[in-house]
Design a protein. Structure first.
Length: 472
């Protein structure tokens, strides 16, 4: 009875080993696969021998065994089952061990590759940190939960804490609550939109003083374009702002000091040209004309500079009143007729626009129109017409000035509205101007809640336009 129990246990153990080895995945062992097959077959034969041994101990089961007589069973059990099983196991191990050794070499090679990769990553991290620590900007990286993952030395110096004391914390652990909430809201906005956002902010230092910085936030994306973090770069522009302010104040002071005497000089030359002091020789008149035109250009330049200074300092005063756009354009055409005659260009209002009311400063809007019309006249061929149009779409009115001039070259299209920019900036250009008019016009329109833009095709002409909200 004990033999039967032991044989049964042995058979169950062998069956378990066989199933385990089969399910463990022999294809995982590469070069050891052939030996693995022999090992499986060896355990299978041992299991077969155990079954025969068990059946031999149960007399009642013998009638169901179709192998043959008892002598045949004994042969199969001893030689095929056990001896064959051990032989196949031995052959399998003989084949399997070198394969495992090859696998060991493969594992060693892979381990070496992993070590080299880790060394390379470590070197890359050290290089990145050295670069980040020596850039004069604040750099930080956070995860999607807002916890700091990295800050550079400039950030440490600003916050007066070490990187180890910042990593793992959020903005609420570093900034005052109100400022932290503002920063967290901007972080969430960048993560939700998955876009780069940049703005000028006043950044408070721990000691209480503030600096002006350009703060740029950007999402950190995975290879699947999923947001896995957030980066922030703060560039200190405090000194630049101070220098710019000093420059603007200097220009403003000089312009104010020059405008009064230049206006007097221009007026005096104008009186002499008009014959107040008597008849003038033609040569003297020609020289006075040159002096008058140049003084006029200087006065215009100074006025433009002062306007720019007022706009940038938010000091320009606007007298906002209800204004009819149609009347505004018609009056501008009359006021600039003399300028058009100077260039032999005619201003016309196309279509039959209806009364359209806006809330605006009539003088400033006239200044915008005069600038666009004078530009169109200067760049239009002699004898051409400059077309002004008024179109309304829902609660927006669009005023456009179209010329048939040379158009704007491609290289100037992106900067034509910037200060001191002209499509022809060479010393031989035929048209005058300060290069400030368009930037002033754009700023005035934006102060009215409108937009400013243009379309231009080289060799065909340009259309400058602005929109204003209609007064209901």
């Amino acid at each position: 009875m004990t033999d039967i129990v032991l044989e049964t246990i042995r058979a169950i153990v062998l069956l378990g080993i066989l199933i385990f080895l089969w399910n463990s995945g022999r294809n995982r062992f590469g070069q050891a696969q052939n030996g693995w097959n022999f090992i499986l077959l060896g355990f299978g034969l041992l299991f077969f021998g155990s079954i025969l041994d068990i059946s031999d101990n149960f007399e009642s089961l013998n009638p169901f065994i179709v192998i043959g007589d008892t002598q045949t069973e004994a042969f199969l059990e001893k030689f095929v089952g056990f001896l064959g099983g051990f032989i196949f196991l031995a052959v399998g191990l003989f084949k399997w061990i070198p394969g495992v050794q090859g696998l060991s070499v493969l594992v060693d090679n892979r381990t070496h590759e992993i070590q080299e990769t880790n060394m390379s990553l470590k070197k890359s991290r050290e290089t990145f940190k050295a670069l980040a620590d020596n850039i004069p900007v604040f750099i930080s990286l956070k995860d999607t939960e807002g916890r700091f993952q990295f800050v550079n030395k400039c950030f440490e110096d600003w916050a007066c804490v070490k990187s180890d004391d910042i990593v793992g914390k959020t903005v609420y652990d570093i900034y005052p609550e109100e400022q932290a909430a503002e920063f967290a809201a901007r972080d969430a906005e960048v993560i939700d939109s998955q876009s780069v956002m940049s703005r000028e902010i006043e950044l408070a230092y721990p000691d209480g003083h503030t600096r002006t910085v350009i703060s740029t936030r950007f999402p950190v994306l995975s290879s699947m374009d999923d947001v896995i973090g957030l980066g922030t770069i703060n560039f200190d522009i405090t000194e630049h702002k101070r220098a710019e302010k000093a420059k603007n104040e200097f220009i403003s002071t000089v312009s104010h000091e020059l405008r009064t005497p230049l206006t007097s000089i221009k007026g005096s030359i104008g009186l002499i040209r008009s014959g107040t002091a008597g008849d003038l020789p033609e040569k003297i008149r020609s020289m006075l004309d040159i002096a008058y035109n140049n003084s006029d250009r200087l006065v215009t330049l100074i006025n433009d500079i002062l306007d720019i200074e007022k706009i940038e300092a938010n000091k320009m005063i606007f007298q906002m009143r209800q204004t009819d756009v149609v009347c505004l354009v018609e009056e501008a055409i009359k006021a600039n007729k003399g300028y058009g005659d100077e260039y032999n260009v005619t201003f016309i209002l196309t279509g039959s626009p209806e009364e359209t009311l806006v809330e605006g400063d009539k003088d400033r809007l006239t200044q915008v129109l005069s600038n666009l019309m004078s530009n169109a006249a200067k760049f239009s061929p002699t004898g051409e017409q400059v077309e002004l149009s008024i179109t309304r779409h829902d609660n927006i009115v669009r005023i456009a000035v179209k010329d048939n001039g040379p158009g704007i070259p491609e290289e100037f299209k992106g900067v034509i509205i910037e200060k001191f920019t002209q499509s022809d900036s060479s010393d031989t250009r035929q048209t005058g101007g300060t290069g400030l008019g368009l930037s002033i016009a754009k700023a005035i329109v934006e102060q009215h809640g409108g937009t400013f833009g243009y379309n231009s095709e080289l060799g065909v002409g340009s259309t400058f336009f602005f929109t204003l909200p209609v007064l209901e």
